[in-house]
Write a new protein. Structure first.
Length: 75
């Protein structure tokens, strides 16, 4: 294994990108509400949860990950 110099290590560490304080960014867009047709604000977070806000209502659509497990039953 070849040892890297301190300059190489610093260059490698500087190439790593991150958001301050571990924050993630949500996607916010203005849409027409699918049911009522009025203007609404739709926010999608990093987990895929969609929040649609209108003047008098807030709809939340959660999209959980599906977990598949392999089961073996020995008899």
């Amino acid at each position: 294994m070849v040892k890297e110099t301190s300059e190489e290590f610093r260059a490698r560490m500087d190439s790593i990108g991150f958001l301050a304080h571990g924050r993630t960014r949500d996607i916010v867009e203005t849409i027409n509400h699918p049911e009522t047709g009025e203007r609404a604000k739709k926010t999608t977070d990093q987990q895929g949860t969609e929040i649609t806000e209108t003047d008098n209502r807030q709809d939340v659509m959660i999209h959980p990950e599906t977990y598949h497990a392999d089961l073996e039953i020995g008899l």
